[in-house]
Design a protein around this ligand. Structure first.
Ligand SMILES: [Zn+2]
Ligand SMILES: [Zn+2]
Length: 347
């Protein structure tokens, strides 16, 4: 067992604080990663604060991990000491079901094993990336190409793949009109990736406050959803809308902006159910769908794509003692666009 420094929550109501966690001894297929950077995802906050229920304390959040391989198990073939690597939202899955076999481990029929607040195959609770080291089975460790700095690569492991997967699945590319709803941690990666894929990209944001940023990141158009004219002006004009907003939206109004065969994909996770009128779907053969992160092969594809197109996240690097402050700012949408913890400050 390796005892390592970490930062985590001991209850839903206490601020996060320094702590230590145990990392298992290396099994034959395990990789020990010296974590350099960990992104702060909104899911970390929901879990640390027990807002989704089922949080087992103490919990060390963090599923946007970038670091360097420090040690490998005796049978590891995929990674070597010194390799630049990343870990996202999952650290294992059954490996045998139809979805795992298809490289869609996120949809494992037995449930994928989360990077934190889950139970590993060794029966121990998993603890996340707000720590100096982590042990992960080699199959769930991704290669970070040389072209990507580790700090801007970290958020790609959740935010990046969460947007890449639906854009990839629904064929964003030349001739496709794609709208990204919300320009936050997820949305800003959606704009960058959809633009790099060659799609015509529109940002639909509550206000025009971040318009300059949106256009700089690669959007062709930018509209405010607080302006009712937006919905009439853009009626029937998108092939794909990816909604990153975690609050209830007027689905019928958004569906109205889809062209024939268009799809609205939910990646945000609002707490309450939303309603939809059948006649928002029927006239243009529209679809409404959801998407959850991406499988391991697709996550690697995303990292390679981002390196090739020089797409890192827009980040603000912080020291560990600023994590609680960063949480407040994420909740207030006061970050452009992702906080990344420098884990060297955990010692
Ligand atoms: Zn996340
Ligand atoms: Zn499975």
């Amino acid at each position: 067992m390796l005892t390592v420094n970490a930062y985590g929550a001991t209850s839903a109501t206490e601020p996060l604080a320094p702590m230590t966690v145990e990392r298992r001894d290396l099994g034959p297929h395990d990789v020990l990663i010296d974590i350099k950077f960990a992104g702060i995802c909104h899911s970390d906050i929901h879990t640390a604060r027990g807002e989704w229920g089922g949080t087992a304390y103490p919990v060390v959040p963090g599923h946007e991990i970038a670091g360097v391989v420090a040690e490998v198990g005796s049978e590891v073939t995929k990674h070597s000491v010194g390799d630049r690597v990343g870990v996202g939202c999952m650290v294992d899955s059954c490996g045998e079901c139809v979805n795992c076999q298809a490289g869609e481990e996120q949809y494992c029929l037995k449930g994928n094993i989360g990077t934190y607040n889950a139970v590993g195959k060794d029966g121990q609770p998993t603890q996340g990336g707000y720590s100096t080291h982590v042990v992960v089975t080699e199959a769930f460790v991704l290669r970070i190409p040389d072209g990507l700095e580790l700090d801007v690569a970290a958020p790609l492991l959740c935010a990046g793949v969460t947007l890449f997967s639906p854009l990839n699945h629904w064929g964003a590319g030349p001739g496709k009109r794609v709208a990204i709803v919300g320009l936050g941690g997820l949305g800003h990666m959606g704009v960058k990736i959809a633009h790099a894929m060659g799609a015509e990209v529109t940002v639909l944001s509550q206000s025009l406050k971040k318009q300059e940023d949106g256009l700089r990141l690669g959007a062709d158009h930018y509209y405010a959803t607080s302006d009712p004219d937006t919905f009439t002006q853009l009626a029937g004009s998108f092939d794909l809308i990816v909604n990153t907003v975690s609050a209830n939206i007027d689905l019928d109004a958004y569906l109205g902006m889809l062209a024939v065969n268009g799809t609205l994909v939910e990646v945000g996770a609002p707490e309450n159910p939303m309603t939809v009128a059948a006649f928002s779907l029927i006239p243009n053969r529209r679809s409404i769908a959801g998407s959850m992160i991406g499988g391991i092969p697709e996550t690697q594809q995303m990292l390679d794509f981002c390196a090739e197109h020089n797409l890192g996240a827009e980040i603000e690097v912080i020291s560990a003692d600023k994590i609680n402050e960063a949480y407040e700012r994420v909740v207030a949408s006061d970050v452009r666009y992702r906080f990344v913890i420098d884990t060297s400050t955990l010692s």
